[in-house]
Write a protein that binds this ligand. Sequence first.
Ligand SMILES: Nc1ncnc2c1ncn2[C@@H]1O[C@H](COP(=O)(O)OP(=O)(O)OP(=O)(O)O)[C@@H](O)[C@H]1O
Length: 283
Amino acid sequence: MALRRHRTHTETRTKRPRSEAPAYPASSHQPVPAAVELRSVVRTYGRGSATVHALRGIDLALPRGGFTAVMGPSGSGKSTFLQCAAGLDRPSSGDVLLGGESISGLREDRLTELRRSRIGFVFQSFNLLPSLTVAQNVLLPQRLAGVKQDHRLAQQLLTEVGLPAHGDRRPGQLSGGQQQRVAIARALITRPEVVFADEPTGALDTQAAQEVLGLLRRAVDSMGATVVMVTHDPVAASHADRVLFLADGAFAGELHRPDPQSVAARMADLAAFRPISFAGAAA
Ligand SMILES: Nc1ncnc2c1ncn2[C@@H]1O[C@H](COP(=O)(O)OP(=O)(O)OP(=O)(O)O)[C@@H](O)[C@H]1O
């Protein structure tokens, strides 16, 4: 595979004296540098009494070479988190760092350039351009970034996602699962520092969803990719190394090496917490 292979957790983990502080306080399990870091990120919408606090001061480090899922009840701030972390939206205050470099103060043109060259995106609705062939869709980020289009890598990635003979087809000739696999190949073509996936299995049946999740997992394990995925689905989240939970715009805990049952139980706890707090507020 042409993509840089990232060392496994076991390979990268070095012995650290007990007294030494962890490299990343937000996650003591991750000695590798963060792909993305959020520092005191606040995002509010509206003003005065209509102010919505979508993110209330998030401090998180997302490890390089890891697969992180983000979960939380509806309205907890998952999309806002993803948009801020991916440079699609600007925090009201706080800082977002990509590979250690602050991106919050960048001008819009620099931010666009950075998104095109250093970040990959996978959306629920695939977002392939129907007039382009599958191969052209995969190559589109390179075209937009103004770099040489690597047709060999595009073919390699299409082979990786199980579509070696589909390059000349149009997206409309593919199933939803196949289209999402093309979207994953497209997200990886620039060898991005991080791939953000927003509900990538939301529009797929169980079988296609499993295939897509398996591919994201493989992108991390054997291609060295870093994946951050927002999902509502505990089964999808269980493919990640770590699940971060948000509730009411704040970080609400995490699970390492999650299984669907423990994720579902944590989600049920978060959902149960809401009516109690509302009842308290009304009292
Ligand atoms: N453009 C906006 N203008 C005003 N409020 C917004 C805007 N976008 C999001 N919000 C509010 O911010 C809060 C967080 O929204 P967000 O979409 O991030 O939540 P979410 O966890 O992704 O929700 P869901 O799971 O339902 O997609 C919600 O209260 C939402 O109504």
